[in-house]
Design a protein around this ligand. Structure first.
Ligand code: PT1
Length: 274
């Protein structure tokens, strides 16, 4: 199994699960502060996540929640580039959460060390943008797109279909000249999957681990955790920590979380007894 991840100038040891803190640079509909206020809030939040022990920060300017609308290239760049520039000196690897090749390129030029693409580098130019750098890449599975993906998710065998897609994208990435040690795979929890599909992917996680690539898990505060606890997003911290711990125990390499401090406490206990 993989022992390290190359992410730009960073070499990340994978001997324990890494915490990827979520930094959303997306103004919500209640705020009229514009992109500048949003960026300042995101930078402050990111610094807090670093203090809490984040190993990587995932910076995103386009929401991919179910029902989310696309963001223009100009708006996405205006959101994420100032945040990357402000954080690049913090010496924590920065991941850019985008599917747009131009955002990938400019984010990497600004100092990002990882490309986290929910479309698995399938847009024209995306593979080339990643290959032209030394950034790590996260290749995620999704059925449909954010606007419609939860309408009617359907699989014969969700674990084998997700696994086969991830292997085919990993092969395409290797053919493009991206080294194996730069590749992370992600089953894409919540992306065109029912609660039962998501739970099956977690239950049978070892089948994905045996693909031989480090796996990223993003379950933090997602609808599936709300469905099983009947709690709104703000009350899903405890179940999210449990989900992250289960994923860690089953072999996940990177945990994409909102609640870095809480998740870190769960992992430190596990590290003492595993
Ligand atoms: C993820 C992920 C991501 N999730 C990666 N990147 C989001 N690699 C954004 C819900 O069901 O899992 N892996 N970038 C956030 N997207 C969602 C999707 C948020 C579904 C919420 C839900 O509630």
């Amino acid at each position: 199994m993989a022992t390290k991840l190359i992410a730009g100038r960073f070499q990340l040891a994978l001997d324990r699960p890494l915490l990827m803190g979520i930094v959303n640079v997306t103004p919500d509909s209640f705020s009229d502060g514009g992109e500048h206020a949003t960026a300042q809030q995101a930078i402050a939040h990111a610094r807090r996540l670093i203090d809490e022990g984040a190993d990587i920060l995932d910076i995103g300017g386009e929401s991919s929640r179910p029902g989310a609308q696309p963001v223009s290239l100009e708006d996405e760049l205006a959101r994420v580039i100032p945040v990357i520039e402000a954080l690049v000196g913090s010496n924590v690897p920065l991941s850019i959460d985008t599917a747009k090749p131009d955002v990938m390129r400019l984010a990497i030029a600004a100092g990002a060390s990882m490309v986290n693409d929910i479309e698995a580098l399938q847009r024209p130019g995306a593979m080339d943008a990643a290959a032209a750098s030394n950034a790590a890449v996260c290749l995620m599975h999704m059925q449909g797109g954010p606007r419609n993906m939860q309408a009617a998710p359907s699989y014969g065998d969700v674990v084998s279909e997700v696994g086969a897609f991830l292997v085919s994208r990993a092969e395409a990435t290797l053919w493009a000249g991206i080294a194996r040690e730069r590749i992370v795979l992600d089953p894409g929890f919540g992306f065109g999957k029912t609660a039962e599909h998501n739970l099956t992917l977690l239950r049978e996680f070892d089948a994905l681990v045996s693909l031989g690539f480090p796996l990223l898990v993003g379950l933090s505060r997602k609808a599936t955790l709300g469905a099983i606890t009947r709690r709104p997003p703000g009350e899903r911290v405890h179940v999210s920590v449990a989900a992250a711990l289960i994923a860690a125990q089953r072999g996940a390499s990177i945990l994409r979380v909102h609640d870095v401090a809480a998740t870190r406490d769960a992992l430190v206990l596990w590290s003492q007894v595993c």
